[in-house]
Design a protein around this ligand. Sequence first.
Ligand SMILES: [Fe+2]
Ligand SMILES: [Fe+2]
Length: 208
Amino acid sequence: MYIDKFIEEIEIGLKILFSPSLSNRPRPDKKISNKVNLSSAIKKKNAKLMRVNHSGEICAQALYRGQLLFNEDKKIEKSLQKAAGEEIDHLAWCEERIGELNGKTSLLNPILYIGSIGIGGIASIIDKKYNLGFLAETEKQVSSHLDKHLTKLSKNDVKTKKILEQMKFDEQQHEIAAKELGAAELPKPIKKAMGITSKIMTTLTYKI
Ligand SMILES: [Fe+2]
Ligand SMILES: [Fe+2]
């Protein structure tokens, strides 16, 4: 039983990391023309920002997989799966946009995936309300991170902006859903540690 689950998780992980992701929803920037000429410097910068966001979505997938590992609450499972499905959309949108901006995804993604699935798994063992609390805090930090990226983007890159705006909206909904299911407020040092970890992650993936 555990071996089967373990093998299934490895298969899912490999698919997320090495196969192109397919979104369920249309891209938020679908109606916006791709004809705006962005300079190569802007493309390069925005591709790097999107690489950071793509890696964040890799982490999100792994966190959700981890949080489902030992969770036995059906209501939480349903909510986690719904959110994970929307994160797959984010992953696909980021991946496609990076390609359009002639960028590359991060080489660190496999390490980030393994680390995040471990963290999610630990959160799911500790306690139901802290598992949700961890999720709510993650989504909150991701929303404020996306806000920062929205200010860093070149104003001409409306397509990337549109994608990030929809992602931010979804992350806020995920935070609300986790709170409605009974998320506990995490202790301040944990929140701080999460912020530091995400800062390291975003700095590294901007470069590699
Ligand atoms: Fe996301
Ligand atoms: Fe999210």
